[in-house]
Design a protein around this ligand. Structure first.
Ligand SMILES: NC(=O)C1=CN([C@@H]2O[C@H](COP(=O)(O)OP(=O)(O)OC[C@H]3O[C@@H](n4cnc5c(N)ncnc54)[C@H](OP(=O)(O)O)[C@@H]3O)[C@@H](O)[C@H]2O)C=CC1
Ligand SMILES: O=C(O)[C@@H]1CCC=N1
Length: 276
């Protein structure tokens, strides 16, 4: 944890502090955040010296954020954009909104700024493991974003996990379907394993413990070993053993390979729909 007197992160204006904004904020607070302003209708508390405001209409006009982070639902951004626009004259805007394009957000900001203003919007897709510093964020910066603005975003996002960048904005929709939504697929796996354990006759508490630890233990092993997922899978699979039987069900072409591909396509399609 950083020394509270020497924050390693710039002051941030975070608009929307629910599941994703809240996860990022947890990570930033742990890393040492310069005095920041958080806008959210529902959040209860915020440690000093950070300020919580309930509505964008109450933003302190003298606040000078180093970065503006948009983390409301895509459908809620239009209502907040006019109040955010004055701040975008001095700082880049980092949007984590699924689907919303750099062009669309830039135009929306510009409509509330003086003629000739050039707001910079950088689009990112994080995920909720950011709350424990294990996030994965992929970002896209338009050509007019400066190297310093990209570096600033990368520094802020590195504080909550791993980062990567894409050169083509549409790739963010695919990223959304994999790493943005992906934690939900993994949590579903834990839920289903737990249910199967109970149905198999295990006490519920034991079913829950072994499902959760299996998912998290496998994740840690994959990360720490650096071994390919395929090899790690083979390492569990004894010829003629139990795993092979299970995998013959899961890996049938119309089972997980087809289902997961269809799920990712559905999520990517929804990301594209959310652009409008
Ligand atoms: N959840 C996730 O895992 C991920 C989400 N995202 C993206 O993050 C964004 C937020 O998602 P998520 O955190 O799940 O959503 P939440 O609804 O949990 O959080 C958004 C919060 O912002 C508040 N809010 C929105 N507008 C205003 C406003 N003008 N003034 C005050 N408070 C406001 C909402 O209140 P209210 O509900 O009353 O509007 C809510 O508390 C979405 O765009 C999503 O695409 C990206 C990656 C992963
Ligand atoms: O479900 C959603 O739309 C958001 C984006 C990625 C994860 N949650």
């Amino acid at each position: 944890m950083a020394d509270a007197h020497s924050p390693s992160l710039p002051p941030i204006l975070l608009v929307g502090c629910g599941k994703m904004g809240g996860a990022m904020l947890e990570g930033w607070l742990a890393e040492g955040l310069a005095p920041s302003v958080i806008v959210d209708r529902h959040r209860d508390t915020l440690p000093a010296p950070h300020r919580l405001v309930r509505d964008v209409a109450d933003l302190p006009a003298d606040f000078r954020p180093g970065l503006i982070v948009l983390a409301m639902k895509p459908q809620k951004v239009a209502a907040a954009i006019a109040a955010i626009a004055p701040f975008a004259a001095h700082a880049p805007v980092l949007s984590v909104l699924a689907g919303r394009t750099v062009g669309g957000l830039t135009d929306a900001l510009r409509a509330h700024m003086p003629a000739g203003a050039h707001p910079v919007v950088i689009r990112s897709m994080p995920n909720t493991p950011a709350a424990v510093g294990e996030g994965m964020t992929v970002s896209y910066a338009p050509p007019h974003a400066t190297a310093a603005q990209r570096a600033l975003c990368d520094r802020v996002l590195s504080a909550i996990g791993r980062t990567a960048w894409v050169e083509h904005e549409p790739e963010i929709d695919v990223v959304t379907a994999i790493s943005g939504s992906g934690p939900a697929y993994v949590f579903l796996l834990a839920e289903l394993l737990e249910q199967a354990g109970v149905e198999g006759g295990l006490p519920p508490a034991l079913a829950r413990q072994i499902a959760r630890q299996t998912v998290s233990g496998a994740g840690v092993l994959m990360q720490r070993s650096g071994i390919d997922a395929e090899q790690l899978r083979r390492n569990v699979t004894s010829p003629g053993g139990t795993t092979q039987q299970a995998l013959s069900v899961l890996m049938a072409p119309d089972a997980w390979p087809a289902t997961l591909r269809a799920a990712v396509r559905a999520a990517s399609r929804r990301a594209r729909e959310l652009a409008s």
